[in-house]
Each structure stands twice: as C-alpha cells, then as structure tokens.
Design a binder for this molecule. Structure first.
Ligand code: NAD
Ligand code: WQD
Length: 340
C-alpha cells in the first residue's frame, strides 16, 4: 500500500516516514520544502534501507497532488504539511488560512477526484485554548487563541462534514501535545530553519552556546515550581500513533465518523523539570533568566490519552529521559542540522 505523506520532509513527517516504511508501506512524500531539507529524506532512506519517493510540490496545487496520488497508486494520505508558528500566525493570518485551510481543501478535493478516502490530519492541542478542566479530554470545549489554532479547528470541522457526506471517508484528526525528541539513531530530528520559538530547540541552542541563557517565561504560575507545565511527547511515539490511527481507519466499518484523538503521554512536566532532565542527560548546564510570562501562554496543559489507548490501541512509551537523550544525540551528531 502506498501512502502519501504531505510535509514528510519536516520534523514530525520525516519520523512518520520511518515508522510507515518500517511497517512495510511504500511512502511518497509531497513537500514544498518551505521549512525542510530534502536531506531529511535521504536520512530516512538510510535508516530504513527503503526508498522514499519525493514530489516537490505544494498542497494548494491540486493537480500536482492528484498526479502524484495517481502516479504512485496511493490509498491514503497522512497530512502534516502546514505552517505551525503561533506567533507568526498573529502577524500573517491570511497566509496561515491559505496554507492550512485552503491547502487542506485542495488536498482533500484531489483525494476525492482520485478515489482516495483515507486521511490522517495533524491537528493540535492548541484548539483547546486555556483548559477549563485537566487532563484535556477530546470533548473539552474548543477555544483556539490564535489564527494558527483556528486553522486547525476549521479543518477539523471541514473533515467532520466530509465524513458525514460520504461514508467511504475514513478520517482521523490527531491532536498533538508538545512533540520533542528525535529518532534514536540521531540521523533525523528537529531542524528549525528560522529562529526557534519552542522550548526544546531553544534549550539545545543554549546547550551548544548559540544562546547564552534560556529565558523562562513565567515563574509565578500556580504550579509546584511556578513554571508552565506541558505534555512533552517523543516524536517517535507520535509517529507510531499515526500508524495506529491508519490501522484503525482501514480496519473499521464505513460511516463510523471522524476520529478525533489526543496524542499525548497524559503526564505533564514543568519547564524547569525539562531543563533539569536535559542537563542531566547532556551533562551541560543551562543558564536560566527568569522572564515575564509570554503573552498567550497557558499555565498547564496535558492530555487525557485514554481514547487513543482504547480506540487506537496506542500509548506513548518513551519517557522524559529518552526525549532529552534523543534530542541531544541528534544535536551532537548534527550541530548544523541538515546543513552540515
Ligand atoms: P515542519 O515545519 O517541520 O513540517 C511541515 C512540513 O510541511 C515542512 O516540511 C514544510 O516544508 C512543509 N510545507 C509547509 N507548507 C507546505 C505547502 N503549502 N505545501 C507542501 N508542503 C508544505 O512542522 P512539524 O513540526 O513537523 O509539524 C507538522 C504538522 O504538525 C503541522 O501541520 C503542525 O501544525 C502540526 N503540529 C505540530 C506541532 C509541533 O509542535 N511541532 C504540534 C502540534 C501540531
Ligand atoms: C512550552 C513552555 C513556554 C520558550 C506551542 C504551540 C502548540 C504546539 C506546540 C503546534 C511554555 C516555555 C518556551 C522559551 C520558555 N505547536 N518557554 N522559554 O507554547 O506549549 O505550544 O508548540 O501545534 O500549538 O502553542 O510550546 O515549546 O513554545 O513552550 O520558558 O524560550 O516553555 O512559556 O510554558 P507551547 P513551547
């Protein structure tokens, strides 16, 4: 079975390529390389010993997507392609709606034209906004706090309407919490092309001397050490969650509706706990600067992963030490990312 992975040259997508190839699937990546290097796919091939077909293209180009689906005989799509920086989405909402919403519409229309009805979509815990209850269940009210989060919510709604319109559609929207880590070989990992905004890439920049210190955004939260708490999840666990979702979708009856599942560990760690774990694993000290809260940040976020365990048969296996170890291994082996 050939599976198209949009955005497959990027951080999460490249790890997902490994998981699907190792499960025996053929993979074709469609990516416009706006935030990725094709070197990631060479590395995927070296890890797996399998070929990854690559189509350089944009998801908004429906005919290019349709041609690729047909040429490779794809039967399903795992859809990672999109823009993901919350702060950027505040400055460029139209760009975010264009890529994330219009792009997904073009992709799904191309799938429909090619009779491909199985889709796994990268959603985000960002759709929940400020939690009213913890842990976050899929039934929690939806209240995104940025255009980025809105794009994920809008796409979930579109996909919900789609599955009602035609029972052949088998679609899952997976809400990721905070992905970190890298493949255990250290051959692929997160390679932010611009200035990173997420915590783990900034910690690694401090560890390697690119930055002098980590600014801790808020130390007066109502948490045991005063810093924000997040559900960090190893990127390979996340990738395996996609394979579980795929197997679920292709084995169930038609017309069972949209699958919406959290992909998190169910356990929250604070910013300082992550820093301490990283220091321990890397044997580097991470100087800290206490700074004001970052606008738009929430205090605590962690998943209720029960649904994914019960319905997809998936749960995260890797702990915080593995997340830090694999991140550090990737950074040490690739100090310039894929540019070396
Ligand atoms: P990433 O930027 O590393 O990967 C996205 C990939 O999509 C890149 O390879 C990029 O070149 C490609 N792309 C972007 N626009 C495209 C377009 N118009 N056409 C074709 N390709 C395009 O990001 P990631 O961290 O791997 O995230 C993957 C998905 O997961 C995104 O949809 C993101 O919103 C979602 N997500 C990410 C996180 C996170 O913290 N990393 C959390 C929740 C959800
Ligand atoms: C985590 C914690 C910061 C940087 C975002 C998106 C979410 C998802 C993942 C896409 C917070 C603190 C950070 C720093 C810090 N992406 N921090 N100093 O904000 O939980 O989630 O990325 O879907 O949708 O919103 O992740 O890694 O930016 O921050 O103290 O230099 O680290 O304040 O408490 P966040 P993050």
């Amino acid at each position: 079975m050939s599976i198209m992975i949009t955005g497959g040259a990027g951080y999460i997508g490249s790890h997902c390529c490994v998981t699907f190839l190792e499960a025996g699937h053929d993979v074709v990546v469609l990516d416009n390389l706006s935030n990725a290097s094709p070197e990631s796919l060479d590395r995927v091939s070296r890890i797996t010993g399998a070929k990854v077909s690559f189509v350089e293209g944009d998801i908004r180009d429906g005919s290019r997507v349709a041609d690729a689906l047909k040429a490779h005989g794809c039967t399903a799509v795992v859809h990672f392609a999109g823009l993901k920086v919350v702060g950027d989405s505040l400055n460029d909402p139209l760009g975010y709606y264009d890529v994330n919403v219009t792009g997904t519409l073009a992709l799904v229309a191309a799938m429909k034209a090619c009779d491909v009805h199985t889709l796994i979509f990268s959603s985000s815990a960002n759709v929940y906004g400020n939690p009213e209850e913890l842990p976050l269940k899929e039934s929690h009210r939806i209240a995104p706090m940025s255009p980025y989060g809105e794009t994920k919510h809008v796409v979930e709604q579109i996909l919900g309407d789609l599955v009602v319109s035609d029972p052949r559609w088998q679609v899952a929207a997976l809400r990721y919490f905070n992905p970190v880590g890298a493949h255990e070989t250290g051959m692929i990992g997160e390679n932010p092309l611009g200035t990173p905004t997420n915590l783990m890439p900034i910690i690694t920049q401090v560890a390697t001397g690119v930055r002098p210190a980590l600014q801790v955004f808020g130390s007066d939260y109502d948490t045991p050490d005063g810093t924000g708490i997040r559900d960090f999840i190893h990127v390979m666990d996340l990738a395996e969650g996609h394979l579980a979702a795929y197997r679920h979708l292709v084995s169930r009856e038609e017309g069972e509706g949209l699958v919406i599942a959290n992909l998190g560990t169910g356990r929250g760690y604070s910013v300082l706990e992550l820093v301490r774990a990283f220091e321990h694993v890397s044997n580097r000290s991470i100087p800290l600067e206490m700074a004001p809260r970052r606008a738009g940040d929430i205090e605590i976020s962690y998943a209720d992963p029960t649904y994914a365990r019960q319905v997809l048969g998936w749960s995260a296996q890797r702990d915080l030490t593995a997340m830090c170890h694999d991140t550090w291994n990737w950074v040490c082996k690739n100090p310039k990312g894929f540019a070396a």
